[in-house]
Design a protein. Structure first.
Lengths: 277, 542
């Protein structure tokens, strides 16, 4: 842990934070939960993504997800208060989950400890990028300002193999999205500005992937970028290799999405996620 | 009517001549229908021309105008609004050229009549992007040339000029197979050209006998294409149409006053007879206003709100918010499943029609005017509808982009590419590009023996068309589809979407699906209920 830093960085499991960053920066991760029937699992603690998708494939009923409780956040903040002056707590977009709200309420329960709760408006790796930006700042004020300036620039470009999971989870209205119900479409979805909207509707996966990369090119320059996937490592590797060839010098990470996000994307999701410059 | 020897063509004679043409075409249009180059079961050139001509004479029947120019103008407008299919649209352009040529004239000498025929043909050539010889265009031109040659005689008469035009048309029709390979292969003459020949013959019969045939306008009129709309709650008013019969009518003044009471206003005609079309919330006021100008004839008021509401209720249009780009979507589609697919993809208004029933320019115009957007993308989805659709932009104040989709698969691809946050022009460009990527295979049965594209076809054979071109014939669906997919080269494609027609049985569907899967394991196969008529299977390959 950085001895000079007097504030802590907290996030939740949907940040898909690389283990290496977690160790290097001492970032606290509060898990969301996945519920199969009457069994509850903490995301990335009690269940890995591989176990999750194996179980999802065999499930007769889709799992549900839930945010951490305010009490769970309060517990973390109370522990951090012992050796920190404050913390920044960066979470899954409030349009998608009650997590950020639970963090806010939990923070009120810990008197005398300053908690800056940030609604990232996004999901997965862009939250991890925000955590790294915060961790590399000298002061809590600087970290909060740097993170809040980047929140409106976070983007998740996602290609789902099926919209079934997103729709069941109530995160998408097909009629509004002009996606229809008859044809098997592969919409390219964009999470930005507190919304999930389709930016392209495509009928085949290979074209959808090339459209995703085209769209991303139009968004350059970017400050941070990663390729995320759920059980689609080869395609993720291919997209990342293409981007590395086009963007020499740019760090391009590959990551796997966790169980909670996987509940809504289903298997074979693929995404390019980034923070615009 | 008493027999007379016409010296010139005046309003009443031209009116009679057109009614005679309509009568003669009504008698013969089935013969025109049978001249389809492909042995597909939807030959409808004759029907399209008949409906276009019916629309051309619709308003003329009410007119007692003495001047040939006024009758010609009504025919021009009527045919344009009612134009269906490529031949119908070209026919409407022939009327338009004729009307321009006779502008301001009360009566035509034989020489002037011949000039008008030639001008009519020229106008038709200009209206078509790439004129093809061996079609109705050639026939119109040859009719005009023959008429001009006959008019040069010292003793030329109106009947002699029309007789020459009809004879020129007949000779040109017989030559069409020597100009077009597809006609030669199929052993037919050009259907549209033959239709024009019949129209000229009908005129000739009339002027020779100088008496009108009884015209039964109610005869065998196919069901008009239905316009089904998906609209928000609230009034869309009444579609109000009528004629004003008066003297010295001021069209501009009428148009201005009616525009204050509604939208989609069309005011056309002559100082003695004006046609009015308006969508208004208060038809009573419109009618009272118009009544001040002259006598109201042929009043027709349709309650658009009720009509739309019924459709809304039954379709459960899941409260779509207004689209950010302000661009509406209108598509020509037939078949319950296909209508559902297009609606699901966000199409605001469906004009029912396509392969079996080509909608008119008016049908598409009504749909375009009815969607709550000032900019509209229109998808004809059939080669025979494209030309009629391309007339729509000039008839409405809305900005209309016509994407020239030749088939249902192209239409689906175009709609899929539509993005609600992108402007109309950019959407149109992207939709056009996506449609062009799609290969269409259509499968049906031959309705007669024929040769086409070097292929011998027997009546009843399963035939396969790739992108509107007859390519394969065989004993069953799977065999023909296998050959067609093989020809396209399956390695270049990922996905085959099969739209199942209403005549395809469960077994036929299952056989076809498993044949594609086993013969082309690299292709994904998706089956959709299309519900289309006449084509048991339409395949989209991408």
């Amino acid at each position: 842990m950085n001895s000079k830093r007097r504030f802590a960085v907290v996030t939740d499991s949907t940040a898909d934070l690389p283990d290496e960053w977690r160790a290097r920066y001492g970032i606290e991760v509060v898990p969301l939960k996945v519920i199969f029937g009457n069994e509850t699992f903490r995301d990335r603690v009690d269940m890995t993504d591989d176990e999750f998708f194996r179980r999802l494939a065999g499930a007769t009923k889709l799992p549900t997800t839930s945010a951490p409780s305010p009490g769970e956040f309060a517990e973390v903040y109370r522990r951090l208060a012992e050796d920190h002056d404050g913390c920044i707590s960066i979470h899954l977009g409030a349009q998608l989950s009650a997590t950020a709200e639970a963090a806010r309420i939990g923070a009120q329960a810990v008197e005398g400890f300053r908690v800056e709760v940030v609604d990232s408006q996004t999901v997965t790796m862009p939250i991890a990028f925000l955590c790294r930006v915060a961790a590399e700042c000298e002061t809590l004020e600087a970290a909060t300002a740097a993170v809040e300036a980047r929140v409106p620039k976070t983007r998740v470009l996602a290609l789902l193999d099926t919209l079934r999971y997103l729709e069941m989870g109530g995160r998408l209205n097909r009629a509004q999205a002009m996606i229809g119900t008859m044809l098997d479409l592969k919409p390219l979805l964009l999470v930005a500005d507190r919304e999930i909207k389709p930016v392209e509707r495509v009928r085949t996966r290979s074209r959808a992937i090339s459209r995703m990369v085209d769209y991303f090119r139009g968004e350059l320059p970017v400050e941070h970028v990663a390729v995320m996937h759920a059980q689609a490592p080869d395609e993720a590797e291919k997209v990342a290799a293409g981007l590395r060839a086009e963007l020499p010098g740019q760090e391009i990470l590959i990551g796997k999405i966790g169980c909670v996000l996987g509940t809504h994307t289903g298997p074979k999701a693929l995404g390019v996620v980034y923070i615009k410059k | 009517m008493a027999s007379r020897r016409p010296a010139g063509v005046d309003g009443p004679l031209f009116k009679q001549a057109l009614l005679g043409s309509l009568n003669w075409l009504a008698t013969n249009h089935e013969e025109v229908n049978r001249l389809n180059v492909f042995p597909v079961p939807d030959g409808d050139t004759g029907t399209n021309m008949l409906l276009t001509l019916q629309s051309a004479v619709e308003d003329i029947k009410e007119s007692n105008a003495a001047e040939v120019s006024k009758i010609a103008k009504l025919a021009s407008h009527g045919s344009l609004m009612g134009a269906r299919g490529n031949s119908g649209v070209i026919l409407s352009q022939i009327f338009r050229g004729f009307a321009r040529a006779v502008e301001g004239k009360s009566s035509l000498t034989p020489r002037e009549l011949a000039v008008a025929f030639e001008e009519a043909a020229n106008a038709a050539y200009r209206a078509v992007n790439k004129p093809t010889e061996g079609t109705i265009l050639t026939v119109a031109r040859e009719a005009g040339r023959s008429a001009a040659a006959a008019a040069g005689d010292d003793d030329a008469t109106v009947p002699s000029v029309i007789a020459a035009a009809a004879a020129g048309a007949r000779a040109a029709v017989l030559k069409t197979p020597s100009q077009l390979q597809i006609l030669r292969d199929a052993g037919v003459v050009d259907a549209g050209g033959f239709g024009l020949q019949i129209i000229l013959e009908g005129m000739l019969k009339t002027v020779e006998e100088a008496e009108s045939f009884h015209v039964d306008t109610t005869a065998a009129r196919p069901k008009a294409a239905q316009v089904a709309l998906d609209l928000p709650e609230g009034g869309w008013g009444y579609c109000t149409e009528f004629l004003i019969d008066g003297t010295n009518l001021d069209l501009d003044q009428i148009r201005n006053e009616i525009e204050a009471l509604g939208n989609s206003v069309l005011v056309v005609g002559e100082p003695e007879l004006v046609k009015v079309h308006v969508h208004t919330d208060d038809p009573t006021r419109v009618i009272a206003l118009a009544g001040g100008f002259g006598k109201i004839l042929k009043l027709n008021v349709g309650d658009m709100s009720t009509q739309h509401k019924r459709i809304l209720d039954s379709e459960s249009a899941a409260g779509r918010p207004p689209r950010a780009n302000g661009v509406g979507l209108v598509a020509v589609v037939a078949g319950s499943g296909l209508v559902e697919i297009f609606r699901g993809l966000g199409v605001d208004a469906i004009v029912e029609g396509g392969q079996t029933m080509n909608p008119s320019t008016q049908d598409m115009l009504t749909a375009v005017d009815s969607v709550p957007y000032d900019e509209v993308v229109l998808l004809p989805n059939n080669g025979n509808v494209i030309l009629a659709a391309s007339q729509v932009p000039s008839l409405t104040k809305k900005k209309v982009h016509v994407i020239e989709t030749h088939s249902v698969p192209q239409g689906v691809a175009a709609v899929v590419a539509f993005r609600p946050e992108r402007n109309g022009a950019d959407n149109a460009a992207a939709m056009k590009a996506e449609a062009a990527r799609i290969q269409t295979i259509e499968v049906t049965h031959a309705v007669r023996d024929t040769r086409s594209n070097g292929l011998k076809v027997k009546k009843g054979d399963v035939i396969g068309l790739i992108n509107d071109k007859l390519e394969f014939a065989g004993a069953d669906y799977a065999e023909v589809v296998n050959k067609a997919l093989g020809k396209l080269g399956p390695d270049a494609y990922e996905l085959v979407t099969v739209y199942r027609g209403q005549d395809a049985s469960d077994d036929e569907m299952a056989n076809l699906e498993s044949a594609i899967r086993s013969n082309f394991p690299g292709l994904e196969v998706e089956v959709q209920q299309g519900g289309q008529q006449h084509y048991p299977f339409i395949l989209s390959v991408e």
